[in-house]
Design a protein around this ligand. Structure first.
Ligand code: NAD
Length: 292
């Protein structure tokens, strides 16, 4: 199976590299980033698509994914697979899947959880939308790049799972941070708060695995001056996708909406840009109530 990877950024390079290390022939293409020496460089997305049985896209947005798919799909062999691992909107995913079907190409959306460290370590979680046939053909690749792949249903369902997961994550991180800031003001030691909450009903991934308070719990970006990790910018992107999807299907998501607005303020007006999404804790620590 020959593989092409389009989008050689923070995630695309380590994912491609793990496939090379597993013995696959992998070509890479990016309009800006140079192709690393250990990955064969393709001259264009079109050249890459004609030489690949599976084309993986790891790109920033739905509009770019649509643009690249429109360019390469007419050149892909019938029965080959287009695998989009980018996080994008459900609507664009389903449109690209429809176009792929018209060209006789299988399409799967498989956004990931686990970030850059998961991509490097090959421990990503893939949330996969598309046919059972595409999923089973791609499974060996998911097993190399990740530790778990869940077939979530038809096209778009991988993106749906990703944005629902990250809407929970964004809201949970915010409330974990505001609880730490409240505990500080109540004179409750952060270590004690962690000991209680991480083993009580308030526990969550944000508290137990990615604690936003420095020097508490397992090592996390809080211990590295809030360098990402998973940036507040990317959390804002995913929360916006969740609200775009919620609007499209008329779903009431008040906490998701409020989390989006808080991360928007943090990234665009305050100093959150480029920081880890758990840097909400020092943000809340600086704030006072506005309703009194
Ligand atoms: P990135 O910006 O580092 O990489 C994207 C790459 O795509 C860039 O190198 C860019 O030059 C390239 N690109 C843009 N337009 C292109 C085009 N038309 N043709 C070819 N290449 C093009 O982004 P990233 O961090 O690697 O993230 C990629 C995707 O993965 C995004 O959708 C992101 O939301 C998602 N994601 C990222 C993380 C993370 O922690 N970084 C975690 C989970 C999911």
């Amino acid at each position: 199976m020959k593989i092409g990877v389009i989008g050689l950024g923070n995630m695309g390079v380590p994912m491609a590299r793990n496939l090379v290390l597993a013995g696959y022939e992998v070509r890479g293409f990016d309009i800006v980033s140079p192709c690393p020496k250990d990955i064969k460089a393709a001259k264009s997305a079109v050249e890459l698509s004609t030489l690949s049985d599976v084309v993986i896209m790891m790109l920033p947005s739905g509009s770019i994914v649509k643009e690249v798919a429109d360019e390469i799909l007419p050149n892909m062999a019938k029965g080959s697979i287009l695998l989009d691992c980018s996080t994008i909107d459900v609507e664009s995913t389903r449109l690209v899947a429809e176009t792929a079907t018209n060209y006789g190409v299988l399409m799967a959306d498989a956004p990931v959880s686990g970030g850059v460290s998961g991509a490097v370590a090959g421990t990503l979680t893939f949330m996969v939308g598309g046919s059972a046939e595409a999923f089973s053909t791609l499974k060996p690749l998911f097993d190399i790049m990740g530790q778990k792949a869940v077939h979530c249903g038809d096209s778009g369902n991988g993106q749906a799972a990703k944005i629902c997961n990250n809407m929970i994550l964004g809201a949970t991180m915010i409330v974990t941070c505001e609880a730490f800031a409240l505990a500080d003001k109540l004179g409750l030691d952060r270590e004690k708060m962690y000991d209680v909450v991480s083993t009580s009903s308030g526990y969550s991934w944000s508290m137990n695995a990615y604690c936003p308070a420095p020097d508490i719990g397992p090592i996390s970006p809080a211990d590295n001056d809030y360098k990402p990790g998973f940036s507040a910018d990317l959390m804002l992107k995913d929360l916006r996708l969740s609200q775009q999807a919620a609007k499209a299907v008329d779903a009431d998501t008040p906490l998701g909406m409020h989390a989006t607005s808080l991360y928007k303020t943090f990234v665009e007006i305050e100093d959150g840009q480029g920081k880890d999404f758990s840097a909400m804790l020092p943000r809340f620590s600086k704030k006072t109530r506005t309703d009194t």
